[in-house]
Ligand binder design. Sequence first.
Ligand SMILES: [Zn+2]
Length: 82
Amino acid sequence: MTGGPWFVRAVEDGGTHRAEAEYWTADGRVRIRPVCDSTTVFTALNREPVAVPYYDEQRCPVCLAAAPEPRTTRPRHLAVVR
Ligand SMILES: [Zn+2]
């Protein structure tokens, strides 16, 4: 990965969280361990990482606070890594 932190959408609470660690499954899903709760693992709704959370109402304040200066990150800068 390049470009710093990335965010994923969680199914459970509709939030957008920053990934502390990710694990790719054989069928192409990404399992996320979020910054706000490292004991939780969820499957990301988005298949590709997003550099900034794109739904304002779904941002997790804990994960957002852990991200250094998210406003300086370009929202369309995506990288697909396989
Ligand atoms: Zn979070």
